[in-house]
Design a protein around this ligand. Structure first.
Ligand SMILES: Cc1cc2nc3c(=O)[nH]c(=O)nc-3n(C[C@H](O)[C@H](O)[C@H](O)COP(=O)(O)OP(=O)(O)OC[C@H]3O[C@@H](n4cnc5c(N)ncnc54)[C@H](O)[C@@H]3O)c2cc1C
Length: 415
């Protein structure tokens, strides 16, 4: 199967791809629009912790593309992209189908990075997709349930030890969420939450290092210590090997082992293999191999191709891999595609980073607003939820989610 050569094809239905499609479908865009993703659902990743904890549901955090898109205007194809041919303007899909495009948008995101550490990919859980969240939740419930029946304290200890590798924002937010959830889940199986051991392991000397959230470090540290089970921070600690239920690490020049039934990997990302395989020279990539884009988000030698989000960055103006960046870029790409369709010039894209927000447990957050105000505790948690609710895709969906939160009285306190 091939598609019309006039088609605008969008690869990846994440923040870039979905918001490009949503904005194009609202405009008077004259060409067929095709969105291709390997899954049937958009994932609002900043709220994946809420999906994991049950604070929010599928409809809010992982809506299906066919519910979000106007299928008369956007043809959604669930398939895996296997190859991109920029010269021939074709996309090869896992099904064997080939799509031909006139304009292309690349929003394939990035992938987990394991730094070549033996066993890390095979024997750890990741936390990036809906399936990851479901698998981790199942694993933890199985461990807690088994442990609650075991009389032997040492066997219980192994099942009740959880290690998170990587103290960037994902590791910190997940640790804080688990520190609130696990004692409660274990209590429901009849166990004593104080037996749970939760470790956050980091190669660097501090948490949230070199991250947009670094101003929230102290708030995060305090939250991690004050939880019902305190999170143990292992800093300056490099994981060197992972086996099922066990990791090896180096600390103070000594190799040590840790028995942990559940090991979660949030330590790194790497450039998507399809981006790596594009015939773009190193001089047009950043150090991580991401695409260097023109200020209009076009590929310098392929003006019919736009990219953004975690798989690209702007020449001389690097941007962090954030949902708020990708979301704004998706909107801007749609506007530039419309401009080209109207025989106008595409505009330079300005991204406005509006501060940073962290989830620090079930009812707790930290917010750095406009680089000026730092808020912590429940008020920051509510600001974070409120901010993300305004970003949830399509007005109907947004309205429904907001209504549910309002009906629960979430916004009833004075900020
Ligand atoms: C747990 C977590 C929490 C986060 N929290 C925050 C936060 O609080 N604030 C913030 O600003 N950012 C946050 N981020 C980062 C943010 O989610 C990303 O920067 C953003 O999702 C990037 O958008 P994107 O469109 O580039 O890629 P993505 O949103 O990752 O979308 C890529 C899409 O491409 C699809 N895809 C990939 N490969 C293929 C293929 N071969 N074939 C077909 N489809 C494919 C994927 O299925 C996916 O739908 C978080 C990320 C994670 C993992």
């Amino acid at each position: 199967m091939t598609h019309s050569t006039h088609s605008t094809v969008i690869l990846g239905g994440g923040f870039v791809g979905l918001f490009t499609a949503l904005h194009l479908q609202q405009q008077n865009y004259p060409y067929p629009i095709i969105l291709i993703d390997q899954t049937e659902r958009f994932i609002f990743k900043p709220l994946l912790y809420e999906f994991f904890s049950g604070e929010m549901n599928d409809l809010q955090v992982c809506p299906r593309y066919d519910e979000l898109l106007d299928t008369e205007k956007v043809n959604f194809i669930r398939d895996r992209v296997e190859a991109i041919n920029l010269e021939e303007k074709t996309i090869t899909l896992k099904s064997g189908n080939i799509c031909t495009y006139n304009k292309l948008v690349i929003g394939l995101g990035n992938c987990s990075g394991y730094f070549g550490i033996e066993g890390a990919k095979e024997h750890t859980f990741s936390f990036r997709t809906r399936q990851d969240a479901i698998a981790l939740k199942q694993q933890l419930h199985q461990c807690l349930q088994k442990a609650s029946h075991l009389p032997d304290a040492q066997q219980r200890r192994h099942l009740l030890t959880i290690a998170i590798v990587g103290a960037g924002p994902s590791g910190v937010e997940l640790a804080a969420t688990l520190a609130d959830l696990l004692p409660e889940w274990y209590r429901q199986y009849g166990g004593n939450g104080q037996e749970i051991r939760l470790l956050l392991i980091n190669r660097g000397s501090t948490i949230l290092e070199g991250d947009i959230n670094s101003d929230l470090r102290q708030a995060a540290k305090t939250a991690l210590t004050d939880k019902p089970i305190s999170v143990e921070l292992l800093l300056n600690t490099s994981v060197t090997k992972v086996q099922p239920g066990q990791l090896y690490y180096q600390s103070q020049q000594q190799t040590q082992t840790l028995d942990a039934a559940t090991i979660v990997w949030t330590a790194g990302t790497k450039t998507h293999p399809l981006i790596q395989s594009l015939p773009i020279p190193d001089s047009h990539r950043d150090k991580k191999g991401r695409l260097l884009l023109a200020p209009t988000l076009q590929l310098p030698h392929f003006p019919d191709v736009f990219a953004g989000g975690d798989c690209g960055t702007i020449l001389n103006h690097p941007l962090p891999p954030l949902g708020q960046v990708a979301h704004q870029q998706g909107t801007a790409i749609a506007n530039n595609l419309q401009a080209l369709a109207d025989n106008k010039k595409p505009s330079h894209v300005e991204v406005d980073i509006k501060g940073s927000l962290l989830k620090l447990g079930l009812d707790e957050g930290a917010a750095n607003l406009f680089e000026q105000y730092v808020l912590t505790g429940q008020s920051a948690h509510l600001i974070r939820q409120g901010r993300y609710l305004t970003l949830l895709p399509v007005p109907g969906h947004d309205f429904q989610a907001t209504k549910e939160w309002l009906s629960e009285g979430v916004f009833s306190i004075n900020l």
